[in-house]
Design a binder for this molecule. Structure first.
Ligand code: AMP
Length: 285
């Protein structure tokens, strides 16, 4: 049976006991509404350490004003069952009050990596993410933490934080899990009405066509960006936030393609914001 821990102090006591008995803990941070993408991270974590803690916390500080914090899908009962079947030993689901008691005022800022791409449209998002992940590391004391490449910028921010702050946690990235038609799994897909779902495929189509251009040797990043923009703009009901051709390490936009290239997209389908990405090696590299 999966152990459910709902408060920070109990989790800290449990984590200290696990640490002292050298149990070997891997953490999978999530916001719940678990799907196959999250479950693949739990299974990956099992390959790294015997005790997998999955945290389920819809973190208010990573949502901006007017974003979907209040309506974000929450189904804790179902999450517990799914996490257990995937091999998690502990589900840690604290309240916002417990994570951010009155007087809370500290934040972690990973400056340059948080600025482009999603950071441009969600200015405080990665500060909220980095801060809550550091808190989770301190509470759970994992040796390993597993994150999805679906949130590519988030993974880059967390890796940087772990290195800059000498955190004793190995950060593991795991590939994007997609539906058979290519749509990246996301808790936010639940917002998309069945008749709008086809529109959501424009992200995958745009990335696949852009990737094909890179693989066939297109050196001009602007042209590759245009391919993605054209596909999204020609999809009724889809509105483009950004289409980026960037350096996968710095996340800065590039002009000329050479070596590894990050293709990244944020698109709104109605009011639902979706992101997706691919990393491609340029032809001949
Ligand atoms: P979230 O609950 O959306 O905050 O995501 C929790 C973790 O699951 C993050 O590390 C995400 O990158 C990862 N994740 C979400 N969707 C996917 C997916 N389709 N494939 C792989 N990992 C994912």
């Amino acid at each position: 049976m999966i152990e459910i821990i709902k408060d920070v102090n109990s989790m800290m006591r449990r984590a200290t006991a696990l640490y002292e008995e050298e149990a070997g803990v891997a953490l999978v941070p999530t916001m719940g509404a678990l799907h196959e993408g999250h479950l693949s991270l739990i299974r990956e974590a099992r390959n790294w350490r015997p005790v997998v803690v999955v945290s389920i916390f819809v973190n208010p500080t990573q949502f901006g004003p007017g974003e979907d914090y209040a309506s974000y899908p929450r189904d804790f009962e179902r999450d517990g069952i799914l996490a257990e079947h995937a091999g998690a030993s502990i589900a840690f689901a604290p309240s916002a009050r417990d994570m951010y008691p009155e007087g809370f005022q500290t934040a972690v800022e990973v400056s340059a990596l948080s600025a482009p791409l999603c950071g441009h449209y969600r200015p405080d998002h990665f500060r909220g993410v980095a801060t809550v992940v550091l808190k989770l590391f301190n509470i759970v004391r994992p040796e390993v933490a597993v994150f999805g490449e679906k949130d590519y910028q988030q993974l880059a921010v967390i890796r940087r934080m772990a290195e800059d702050l000498n955190l004793n946690v190995e950060i593991v990235g795991h590939p994007i899990v997609r539906e058979t038609d290519g749509l990246a799994l996301s808790s936010r897909n639940a917002y998309i009405a069945p008749k709008e779902r086809r529109k959501a495929l424009c992200l995958y189509r745009a990335l696949t066509e852009a990737r094909a251009a890179v693989l066939s040797g297109e050196p001009d990043a602007g042209k590759v960006r245009e391919i993605m923009i054209r596909i999204v703009r020609s999809t009724p009901g889809a509105s483009l936030e950004y289409a980026a051709v960037a350096d996968p390490r710095t996340l800065e936009e590039i002009q000329t393609i050479g070596g590894e290239t990050l293709l990244a997209l944020a698109v709104k389908i109605g009011s639902t914001r979706l992101i997706d990405n691919m990393v491609v090696s340029a032809a001949g590299e």
